[in-house]
Design a protein around this ligand. Structure first.
Ligand code: NAD
Length: 295
């Protein structure tokens, strides 16, 4: 039976550490970390995510600033809101919930966030820092994946890892973080030939394709560690939606360890967002990125 990697428990531990770090920062005369969450339009899934992020802030002592804007907001109006948040000393992290309405250039908006306040780690400066291994803010889901891996396999040196998916927000940054840890990384995608043949050689598989139960039992060698990033909402027979990962969980008995969906990578993402916000606040208070990394 494979070990279950409990993302909920790890996220709780990280939140406790973040809460203690916020208290220590404030007690030492530093700023109370502040996170601005910008939501444009009324996409129901985005509203749920934003609510969870605001609740997460409350739980660890981070001040949240919510900016809800109508779907008709122009790119210029949104840019003005971002500029205001960039200039606000109480705001240490800015998160602009994506997707944005189609009339707004998403890339231009994310580029407008100051790199030091970019707690999602999507700004080209942070992407560049990640790919050169020179610090910066690491995207939340990839950071959570690394923490989950660390909980079962602290030394990744020389291990063969297959990442399924090459998106800018998940697959590529995960590959960069794994390379930094000296794993041997193969990044695969929808056009990869004979994917099962490649995954069968892997010590670790990180699945981030958004394709329900893509990874079958016979794709996985005995003793491999499996991290399932995928989340697809599927309508259940009882009228309730259920979340399905990219891994056929019931076929993973021969793996060494596997993350469930839900309860694996998902809970880590918000916990990492909160810890990134505290890191940004510490940097704003004069700490170097390396010092703030000690979180
Ligand atoms: P994306 O659509 O931007 O990228 C998907 C990638 O997977 C692409 O590179 C594509 O080529 C590849 N892919 C798709 N189908 C494939 C297949 N059959 N075989 C091989 N490769 C395939 O998606 P994304 O934003 O990177 O997200 C990926 C998944 O992770 C989604 O299910 C998303 O919901 C989930 N996600 C979860 C969290 C979390 O907090 N747990 C955060 C972000 C994304």
């Amino acid at each position: 039976m494979a070990e279950l990697i409990d993302g909920k428990a790890l996220a709780r531990t990280l939140d406790e550490r973040t809460r203690a770090d916020v208290a220590a920062l404030v007690a030492a005369g530093g700023p109370r970390p502040g996170l601005a969450v910008v939501l444009v339009g009324d996409d129901p899934a985005s509203q749920v995510y934003v609510r969870r992020k605001i609740k997460g802030c409350e739980a660890v002592g981070i001040t949240s600033f919510e900016r809800r804007l109508p779907a008709t907001t122009t790119e210029g109006e949104l840019m003005a809101v971002i500029a205001g948040l960039n200039a606000d000393p109480q705001v240490h992290g800015i998160l602009c919930q994506v997707p944005l309405p189609p009339h707004i250039d998403q890339g231009a908006v994310l580029d407008a966030i100051l790199p030091d306040k970019d707690v999602d780690g999507f700004h080209p400066v942070n992407v560049g820092r990640l790919s050169t291994g020179t610090g910066g803010i690491v995207p939340c889901t990839p950071l959570g994946v690394m923490m989950l891996l660390d909980s079962v396999l602290p030394d990744l040196k020389g291990l063969d890892v297959v990442v399924i998916g090459k998106s800018n927000i998940v697959g590529k940054p995960i590959a960069m973080l794994l390379l930094e840890r000296e794993a041997t990384v193969t990044v695969t995608h929808i056009h990869t030939k004979d994917l099962p043949q490649i995954t069968r050689k892997a010590d670790i598989i990180v699945a981030a394709a958004g394709s329900p139960e893509l990874v079958r039992g016979d794709w996985v060698k005995p003793g491999a560690v499996i991290i399932d990033v995928g989340i697809t909402r599927i309508a259940g027979e009882n009228g309730k939606d259920r979340l399905v990962g990219d891994v056929a969980f019931a076929e993973m008995d021969h793996a060494r360890a596997v993350t469930p969906v839900p309860g694996g990578v998902g809970p880590m993402t918000i916990a990492c967002l909160l810890s990134n916000t505290v890191k940004a606040a510490r940097v704003s208070a004069g700490e170097t990125v390396a010092e703030a990394e000690t979180l």
